[in-house]
Design a protein around this ligand. Structure first.
Ligand SMILES: Cc1cc2nc3c(=O)[nH]c(=O)nc-3n(C[C@H](O)[C@H](O)[C@H](O)COP(=O)(O)OP(=O)(O)OC[C@H]3O[C@@H](n4cnc5c(N)ncnc54)[C@H](O)[C@@H]3O)c2cc1C
Length: 328
């Protein structure tokens, strides 16, 4: 029976939400196709996450433990994934899309003789091939793509976060511990520093709530209001390219085509016009609340709730009400 293998990414010592979204989609495909569902975890202590993968339906969990996975270096990740793919012989391998995954997907396709579909918004299996919808032209259009690897090689697919909802379907997984030792002499990269997305305590890519600031946020007072809204909603802080370029927010906070792709439950767009390059990075948000003084701003075309008004007047009472709700 063919296998679909789902990659469970571990960040900050826990599996990412996007991993469970992808695993859920893989389970749906496995059920529809009558395939086996397996997961692969690479971490210093990968076995610890087997139970979590089982909670989302993975019958087999390939656990590859090595301190090498504490550093974002490609050679050990590539070597470990190649080993697991040789062992599991999957027809499809699905990943949550991230900078790290983008960095290894092409090389992994070459090593395994597979085909790669990067950054898709939907995917399914049909007649032995993977069919996917992929945002193109800054997410203005969707391209329908199809990939078939053949000769026992897998199709590799990376999926944008927020494309699917994570749903638990617990099973007791069989854990396959994969022995892995990387050859340090082949590693020619060094990790100097990991720059975390700054501005707020919550990681932007995995955040349930994001408060994004645009050029409507003009000064320290506006910035303080954005930070306060983020604090009362437990949000991560994002930014448009305009306010990153002005130096008000760090580059790590930029959301959009050339920034991060986010998919929170709630996205506050504060003084953001909604240029397509920005929308490309936040359109998968479940609820979008836009605050903008211009009623014709394009952000209102994608917003779930729109507040037409000056953010300096709208935010203080909104923050007060949220504080009261938190206290109640
Ligand atoms: C190749 C390329 C890639 C790009 N990549 C990105 C990207 O990744 N991310 C990104 O964000 N941009 C990107 N851009 C830039 C993008 O085109 C826009 O210029 C940018 O998103 C605009 O940012 P903004 O909405 O903050 O500013 P503006 O477009 O200037 O909008 C400011 C908004 O604030 C509103 N406003 C003003 N004052 C107030 C107030 N007091 N209260 C409430 N609202 C107010 C205005 O009505 C306006 O709608 C890219 C551009 C190019 C060419």
């Amino acid at each position: 029976m063919p296998t679909i293998l789902s990659y469970v990414a571990v960040s900050g010592g826990k599996p990412t939400r996007a991993s469970f979204e992808v695993l859920t989609r893989c389970r749906q495909i496995a059920e529809a196709q009558g395939w086996d569902l397996a997961a692969v975890v690479l971490a210093p202590d990968a076995e610890t996450f087997a139970e979590a993968a089982g909670r989302y339906g993975a019958a087999t969990v390939y656990a590859v433990s090595s301190p090498d996975f504490d550093h974002a270096l490609n050679p050990p990740v590539l070597a470990a994934l190649t080993t697991v793919i040789e062992l599991a012989q999957p027809a499809v391998v699905a990943f949550p899309s991230s900078e790290g995954v983008k960095d290894v997907l092409g090389a992994l396709a070459v090593r395994t003789g597979g085909a790669a579909l990067a950054d898709v918004a939907e995917f399914d299996v049909s007649d032995g091939a993977v069919e996917a919808l992929r945002p193109v032209m800054a997410a203005k259009f969707m391209a329908r793509t199809r990939a078939e690897a053949g000769d026992g090689s897998p199709v590799l697919v990376s999926v944008r976060s927020g494309s699917y909802t994570d749903e638990e379907a617990p099973v007791q997984p069989t854990v396959e511990t994969v022995v892995f030792e990387s050859d340090a002499s082949t590693v020619r990269q060094t990790l100097r520093e990991v720059v975390a997305a700054a501005g707020g305590a919550v990681d932007l890519s995995d955040a349930r709530v994001v408060v994004a600031a645009g050029r409507g946020v003009k000064d320290d007072e506006g910035k303080r209001l954005v930070e306060e809204l983020a604090e009362v909603t437990g949000a991560a802080i994002g930014a448009s390219r305009a306010v990153v370029e002005s130096g008000m927010f760090p580059a790590t906070a930029q959301i959009g085509q050339t920034g991060k792709v986010v998919s929170p439950d709630v996205y506050f767009a504060v003084g953001v016009s909604g240029a397509i390059q920005h929308v490309a990075g936040m359109t998968n948000s479940r609820i979008i609340v836009a605050i903008n003084s211009n009623p014709d701003a394009p952000i209102f075309d994608v917003a779930t709730y729109g507040i037409v008004g000056d953010l300096y007047k709208v935010l203080p009472p909104l923050i007060e009400e949220l504080k009261k709700a938190n206290a109640a």
